[in-house]
Design a protein around this ligand. Structure first.
Ligand code: FAD
Length: 520
């Protein structure tokens, strides 16, 4: 057991040195500092029942992104005279053992609004308090403290972006320079009998060669870590005109060689990049450029969307499900697993939709509008499958998978909450064609269609057999027939949404299971 004052810094998100108040506090006035990451097998160990390699909760691309982020953090800690201590097991149990064994008197970790961490943190804080250990858990993942905004709004989260922005005011968290205030860290104390390892490789996590082979084919081009995040940020910030003119939802969802947005989402998700620092960098650009776009469409406005969803998610019980969620319309979604499987496995027969789903599987990232298209197609646009099912697929495969943002956007796209114009459906044919008439995006992610002439690439089933033969892609053999006809399916979806909306209005939200069955 170490003597003197010991601090434990528990990293979960917030995988960075810059702008990290928990790490700053942990390193101040301590004789020893234990920087810890706990590998939770639930999140990282292989689950061979899953439909693609990875754990039950995360696809292999995201697990690798996380390992890369941990290695980068470890090497930054080493430069400061410390290192990352990696432990394995149920985080709650492992941390209590560390606290007992290492004579810790200060426990620091970033505040997290996700229900999983809320309940874990409660238990840990209660143990710490009974053991006389000080805990410090600052809000540093978001720009604002969701609890403050909810309090300002009379105890309920604001349900529109505009009201959120009005309440939000100035962020908590706004550093004008890259805050690297830590120049060295206290030494690590005696680790006693705790089993400590280096950051593991994927193989050390138990993944097999065949799973790794799949990963080599389906490899995301985005590498994890704080260094990568800062590099990425520095690459586009000098392009002030681009930053100033950024305007969502303009932008090309089919741009894949050079995506039309920042691709900072996975770095923000794991906290490799501080949202406060990003926010300030954008403000610096806006100060230098006379004319720039404004929220909600500006780049800074995108960061506010992130905080908006964090706030609503934090203040809404059962935010991640339809039942018991007071802001979610009750809709009698169909239970058609074969349609879900076709969507998930990129077999809908609509090349635009299937190419996006392949990008999801291979890269774990797609443009925002591409996400719109596939989410709308699965739910209220064509297949009428429950948004929770699509959310699960995204949650597992996205490298930026984020509990609040993912659920919030699925609620939005399925017209279950926030957005209610269910008559506005994305066409799986003409929407992509507008941006990419030659179908380069489809050719890249669905090589089976690479020789299909451009006039048929979005609707290959309309190509004469001679054209299909020449393109070496016979529909129904080399590429699937469409699972539904868009015109009739979308018409039927509109009808069902109309009925469900009327029922929700009539019963003022208190729709029962039986009411939903009656609509099916
Ligand atoms: P940029 O346009 O460069 O925006 C900068 C940052 O702003 C993003 O990195 C992100 O942190 C934030 N942001 C942008 N758009 C949104 C938005 N609509 N809502 C909240 N924050 C936003 N984003 C995630 O980070 N994780 C998810 O799990 C996720 N799931 C989604 C599911 C669906 C069905 C949809 C339609 C969108 C989802 N998004 C999610 C939101 C959005 O698509 C991504 O944040 C964005 O495409 C990431 O790319 P970027 O970093 O280049 O974004």
């Amino acid at each position: 057991m170490a003597t003197g004052s010991g601090s434990l810094m528990w990293f979960r998100k917030g995988l960075r040195i810059h702008d990290n108040p928990a790490l700053e506090r942990a390193s101040g006035a301590s004789s020893f500092l234990y920087p810890v990451f706990v590998i939770d097998p639930r999140y990282m160990a292989p689950d061979r029942r899953a439909f693609s390699p990875g754990s039950s909760l995360a696809g292999l691309n995201r697990i690798r992104f996380l390992l890369e982020s941990l290695s980068d953090l470890d090497s930054s800690l080493r430069k400061l005279g410390s290192r990352l201590l990696v432990l394995k097991g149920d985080p709650g149990e492992v941390l209590v053992r560390c606290l007992k064994e290492w004579n810790i008197n200060k426990l620091c970790f970033e505040y997290d609004t996700e229900p999983y961490y809320q309940s874990l943190d409660e238990k840990l804080k209660s143990f710490a308090s009974s053991a006389g250990i000080e805990t410090f858990s600052p809000v540093s993942h978001t720009l604002f403290n969701p609890a403050d905004i909810i309090e300002k709004n009379g105890g309920r989260p604001p349900l529109s972006y505009q009201s959120f922005v009005k309440l939000a005011g100035k962020p908590l968290w706004e550093s004008s320079t890259l805050n690297l205030s830590i120049s060295s860290l206290p030494p690590i104390g005696d680790v006693g009998s705790m089993e400590i390892s280096e950051v593991p490789t994927i193989i050390e996590l138990g993944y097999s060669d065949s799973e790794l082979n799949v990963l080599q084919v389906d490899e995301t081009p985005f590498r994890g870590g704080e260094s990568e995040a800062l590099k990425r940020l520095k690459e586009f910030l000098p392009n002030k005109a681009w930053v100033a003119n950024f305007e969502k939802p303009k932008g090309d969802p089919s741009a894949f060689d050079k995506p039309d947005t920042t691709v900072l989402s996975p770095y923000l998700k794991f906290g490799c990049l501080s949202s406060g620092y990003f926010y300030q960098c954008l403000n610096d650009v806006y100060r230098d450029v006379k004319k720039h776009t404004q929220p909600p469409v500006s780049l800074l406005g995108q960061l506010l969307w992130r905080d908006f969803f964090y706030t609503v998610a934090f203040g809404t019980p059962n935010f991640d499900r339809m039942k018991g969620n007071r802001i979610c319309k009750q809709i009698p979604w169909d239970e058609r697993d074969e349609l879900l499987a076709a969507w998930r496995e990129a077999r809908t027969g609509y090349p635009w939709i299937d190419a996006i789903m392949v990008q999801l599987k291979k890269w774990g990232w797609m443009h925002h509008l591409a996400r719109h298209c596939v989410a709308c197609f699965l739910t209220r646009g064509d297949l009428f499958v429950h948004w929770e099912k699509g959310r699960d697929v995204f949650e597992r495969l996205l490298i930026d998978s984020d509990w609040a943002i993912n659920n919030g956007n699925w609620l939005w796209l399925s017209c279950s909450s926030f957005f209610y114009q269910y008559n506005r459906i994305y066409s799986p044919i003409s929407f992509g064609k507008k941006y990419d008439p030659n179908g380069n995006y489809i050719r890249h992610f669905l090589p089976v269609l690479k020789d299909m002439p451009k006039e048929y690439i979005y609707e290959p089933w309309t190509a004469p057999l001679s054209v299909q033969t020449k393109a070496k892609c016979i529909i129904g053999r080399d590429y699937p027939k469409t699972v539904v006809g868009h015109d009739s399916a979308s018409k039927e979806c509109r009808r069902k949404m109309g009925e469900a909306y009327a029922l929700n209005q009539r019963l003022n939200g208190s729709v029962s299971e039986q009411d939903l069955k009656n609509l099916r």
